[in-house]
Design a protein around this ligand. Structure first.
Ligand code: SAM
Length: 228
């Protein structure tokens, strides 16, 4: 393998949602950089890949990035994976990628699934033009952001965690009551569920039965109407 940083997409739930090239890359690189070694080991064990794993997290990031880049400069190849989906999309991988680019290390994609596009593709909402907001700010700036998004004329994609999904839907009742929203939970996993409706309809149908898991919320553009 050429000494590069390979950005390798892994599944967002279903372990079969990985490309043949991704598996081959993980088999062939010298070592793998990941977020949580326990999460990545489940995938690697499933595909019987035994490889050195280096975990990158907020605490050790600076020293680990330096270590990884030195090894690639020394001729080794590295695959970057994240806990789910495509590295660098709303996850910490982006800092290693930009540091590698700064060092003029070649960065090569091995693309695959990402939760945002998976949700958009089955939302039934316009996808020719959309805005991906990732996670909204938790506190400061959140209301301002929601007010701005209430004027958005493109489809909006938001990531949300178990802890704030109910709060988000309540905020959408307030800021975007007329929009059609598609709430996708645990996509590709055993307890996959999708709710479609106005924020109020979804809040009522959930009726406090919420809900553990990972969520993507897709929101229709302002003034968009579903055709009959
Ligand atoms: N890099 C990932 C990607 O390509 O989608 C995203 C990482 S981000 C830290 C994790 C968030 O992605 C979760 O909080 C959730 O909003 C979303 N997500 C990941 N897997 C998901 C799934 N199976 N179903 C719904 N949302 C998911």
């Amino acid at each position: 393998m050429e000494s590069k940083l390979y950005i390798v997409s892994t599944p967002i739930g279903n372990l079969k949602d990985i490309t043949i090239r991704a598996v081959e890359t993980l088999q062939q690189v010298d070592f793998i950089a990941c977020e949580d070694t326990r999460v990545s080991s489940i995938l690697l064990n499933h595909y019987e890949i035994k490889k050195e794993l280096i975990s990158l997290n907020a605490v050790n990031e600076n020293s680990k990035i330096k270590f990884i880049l030195e090894r690639i400069c020394g001729g080794e190849s590295c695959a970057l994976i994240s806990d789910a989906g495509t590295p660098g999309i709303s996850d910490p991988g982006v800092r290693l990628i930009s540091a590698a680019i700064k060092e003029r290390i070649e960065v090569s994609p091995v693309p695959g699934v990402t939760a945002a596009i998976t949700a958009l593709s089955m939302s039934g909402l316009p996808s020719d033009s959309f805005v991906f907001e990732g996670f909204l700010p938790q506190k400061k700036g959140r209301q301002k952001m929601l007010a701005r998004l209430s004027e958005e004329e493109r489809t909006i994609i938001i990531y949300e965690s178990t802890y704030r999904i109910e709060k988000l839907i309540k905020e959408l009742v307030e800021y975007m009551p007329e929009r059609l929203i598609v709430v996708c939970r645990e996509l590709t996993k055993k307890f996959e569920e999708v709710w479609r409706g106005t924020p109020r309809q979804i809040l009522d149908s959930l009726n406090n039965k919420i809900t553990k898991g990972e969520f993507v919320v897709v929101i229709s553009p302002k003034d968009w109407k579903e055709r009959d």
